[in-house]
Design a protein around this ligand. Structure first.
Ligand code: EPU
Length: 401
């Protein structure tokens, strides 16, 4: 398994908090990681290496994230907190809409304002200023992963104590907090809904290996279950995958957890599923599309309810074109199976939907062509090579890294 995209991106952004060099290990080779590298370089940081990435942000020329980079990757907004905390100013383009939902950043901005920042929205940009951020009590209205990360980074260099309530519990948030603590931050309560940060004046450099990618692991686990495969995932961390493993077992898969990773054996017959996406430790929204493909194979009625994003069912129409029986009622997709999926040409709408379509292609009769496969390269490292090594007949026709 590769390192986690959603742990690597905030880690790279955290390099902006210090004038000391940072070394990030186990960084996946992904398009989004490169975009974050380009963003840091645009600001004047020196960024070197792949997999082991060194960032030196000692001489920053500008504290700005331009629209051109932010529009290709919303996680660019993660530079806002660090820039404001260390330099007292930041100019970051507003991300705009996204295929899976509106995805506002109001919680990030409200939190920074509570810490004393002045925020202006001008010409599509967030312009933020502060002399020095001050600790504050911040209660999130919704659980937000990057919102928690942004404010945790900002608070690390603020004056006094910040308490984040209703904070995200995702393993990627915990990983970032551990990296910051190793840099000299004083953060406690990681992995709980109340995170306390006692600000310090400066942070040292980092040398940190990011956690393995639980969503990549989950995607391969579903692929194994759906194809009656027998797959061992070296380096996957089962502790981050409780909800996914529980549902796979209900579906009938044999999931074994060992010291070196996880082994999944697909069942002869898949049992129907009832899945509701939730913030961690609930079932991850980033696994919903892949589980929908598994549910097309189940005998009987399955329900998949998406509560995190308002528009994350773009894969439904493509799966229907392949022969799935799916009816969407509000936030719930109702599936009747088993369906015999037929290969055809389908269009990927976002990262996790493209992974789902690849799994659909693996189980479908005949050939499936997935268009707009560039979405896949944002979050899966060499997925077709890894699948080929497991016996899949998959190849890249064109496009990609
Ligand atoms: N929200 C607000 N206001 C805010 C922030 C969020 O209303 O200020 C809402 C969102 O619109 C959404 C919900 O809160 O309905 C949760 O959004 P969250 O902020 O947690 O999402 P995110 O931080 O933008 C991260 C991951 C996503 C993953 C979500 C949910 C990164 C870089 N991205 O996004 O990953 O789906 O958390 O777990 O960490 C992916 O990898 O494919 C991906 C989309």
């Amino acid at each position: 398994m590769s390192g986690a995209k959603n742990a690597a991106l905030p880690a790279l952004a955290a390099s902006l908090l210090t004038d000391r060099p940072c070394t990030w290990r186990n960084v996946p080779r992904l398009h989004d990681v490169r975009t974050m590298g380009r963003l840091l370089a645009h600001m004047g940081a020196v960024v070197e290496g792949e997999e082991v990435v060194r960032v030196d942000a000692s001489k920053l020329k500008r504290q700005e994230a331009p629209y051109g980079l932010v529009k290709t990757m919303r996680a660019s907004v993660l530079v806002l907190g660090p820039l404001l905390a260390r330099f007292g100013r930041a100019r970051v383009s507003l991300p705009g809409g996204c295929a899976i939902g509106e995805r506002p950043i109001d919680q990030h901005l409200k939190g920074l304002e509570a810490m004393g920042a002045t925020i202006r929205l001008r010409g599509g940009y967030v312009e933020a200023r502060a002399t020095r951020l001050a600790g504050a009590l911040i209660v999130f209205d919704v659980v937000t992963v990057t919102g928690t990360e942004n404010l945790m980074m900002a608070a690390a260099l603020a004056r006094g104590r910040t308490v984040l309530e209703n904070a995200a519990l995702e393993p990627e948030v915990v990983d970032l907090g551990c990296a910051l603590n190793a840099m000299g931050a004083r953060i406690s309560g990681l992995g709980t809904p109340v995170i306390t940060i006692d600000g310090v004046d400066t942070l040292a450099g980092a040398d940190h290996a990011v956690i393995p990618d639980r969503i990549e692991a989950g995607t391969f686990m579903v692929a194994a279950a759906a194809t009656r495969g027998d797959v061992r995932l070296r380096g996957a961390d089962a502790a981050h995958l409780d909800a996914v493993i529980t549902k796979l077992r209900i579906a009938g898969a044999d999931v074994r957890i060992g010291r070196a990773g996880i082994r999944v054996r697909g069942p002869a017959e898949i049992a129907p599923l009832d899945v509701v996406t939730q913030p961690h430790p609930g079932f991850p929204t980033d696994m919903q599309a892949q589980f929908m493909v598994l549910a097309t194979r189940a005998r009987g009625q399955s329900l998949l309810t998406e509560t995190v994003f308002e528009n994350r069912f773009m894969h439904v129409s493509e799966l229907r074109r392949m022969g799935a029986d799916i009816h969407v009622d509000g936030r719930t997709a109702i599936l009747r199976g088993p369906a015999r999926l037929q290969g055809t040409t389908v269009m990927a709408s976002d990262l996790r939907a493209s992974a789902a379509l690849i799994i659909a292609g693996l189980v479908a009769e005949g050939r499936t062509e997935v268009l707009r496969v560039y979405h896949l390269d944002r979050g899966y490292e060499r997925i077709e090579k890894k699948l080929r090594a497991l016996g899949a007949r998959i190849r890249r026709i064109r496009g990609g890294l």
